[in-house]
Unconditional design. Structure first.
Length: 113
């Protein structure tokens, strides 16, 4: 199952308004919307601000749902002046700050202004 994560409701609102939501779960202040988007099963998560919150909620989601892929949505790319609305940043891998030896899979970020 694909999971879309965003710290703020504003970062996920365009998906949420277009989803068929079957269930909503709340954990540690995070909202988890389970349903479908354009016919595809999807989890949409608003986890709140901060690395610690994101980590706690991500671990909970992975332990509870059959996660196959994770996409992180956010405004951070908009902080770079050369970025434009809709720009996509694709990394071949990323390192987790808490586990610098653990390489993660592809990370895709979209720039939203």
């Amino acid at each position: 199952m694909l999971v879309l994560f965003g710290a703020l409701e504003e970062e996920i609102s365009c998906f949420r308004s277009s989803m068929v939501i079957e269930d909503t779960d709340i954990y540690y202040g995070a909202r988890v919307y389970r349903g479908s988007y354009k016919g595809k099963n999807l989890l949409l998560v608003s986890h709140g601000v901060g690395r610690r919150r994101a980590s706690i909620i991500c671990r909970w989601v992975i332990d509870r749902y059959p996660v196959s892929s994770i996409v992180s949505l956010g405004f951070a790319g908009a902080l770079k002046p050369v970025s434009h609305t809709g720009d996509m940043f694709v990394c071949s891998s990323m390192m987790c700050a808490d586990d610098p030896t653990g390489v993660r899979q592809v990370l895709i970020l979209f720039c939203i202004r």
